[in-house]
Design a protein around this ligand. Sequence first.
Ligand code: ADP
Length: 282
Amino acid sequence: MAQASPAPNPSAAGAHQGVIHQLRNVSFSYDDGGVLAVDNLSLNFVGGESVAIVGPSGCGKSTLLALLAGFANPTAGEIVHTPAPAGRHPMTMVFQNETLLPWLNVVDNIKLFFRYNKGAESKSTIEARVRDLIALAGLGGFERFYPHQLSGGMRKRVAFLTSVAPLPRTLLLDEPFSSLDEPTRVGLHEDVLKIVRQYNMTMVLVTHDIAEAVTLADRVVILTKRPAQIADERVISVSKEEPVLEMRRDPVFLEVYADLWDSLARQIEPAGVRAPSPEVAK
Ligand code: ADP
């Protein structure tokens, strides 16, 4: 059963429950101040939660993720991370565009990180984890296949696993499934939920797909149009044990979906955009 409730300031509430990433009054400009993308934004991320960031196109979602990843530095404010526990890589990212190397097979793509990062883990531990991940993602039997021999959904699964294999504490995803058809995307959602739970990862997902946000996240943050500020937040309590299609037929899922769409529509011009039904609920 899905449940949703307004979350006036869940970030502040999380301050006493293990905040691991904290954006404090963060602003960011491109072009020497010519384009203000993020404006005085404060947001906390609690260890183990999944947060979806949604907002109008061009509002600053990817910029926010790049700041969180450390690819760019705030022009004002600061971002504070607690140290990752021993044995966990601090953070990895799944990108929108495929990042697989065409000359490596499935297993070697998934293990690529370890070629360049010699950690404390033994080869056998890494290989066992890669085997488990391949099984969890339903890729058993395709270990020696090359990217061009796989379907789009399978390539996305492999790309996802390349970012999971290093065992990050936090997994960032930047619209990773937007190019997929809806049934394939739902299959990916099942795998993401399973794997994120099994490996106890924190997830921060940028998406323009509200159904995806409600399906995958414990909390959805809606951003204003550029420059990004927080327009709205909802805590979403969905039994992630349920199959995704059942979750999406739940009346409470549909209610929060419509509610978030209304909230997003208020940020999109012209006003009055109406929420479509989630594909799978038709
Ligand atoms: P979103 O992910 O929400 O679509 P982005 O974070 O990619 O938005 O971009 C936010 C704003 O910053 C947009 O107006 C975009 O045009 C601008 N922008 C993004 N990258 C650059 C860049 N490298 N140089 C200048 N402006 C940029």
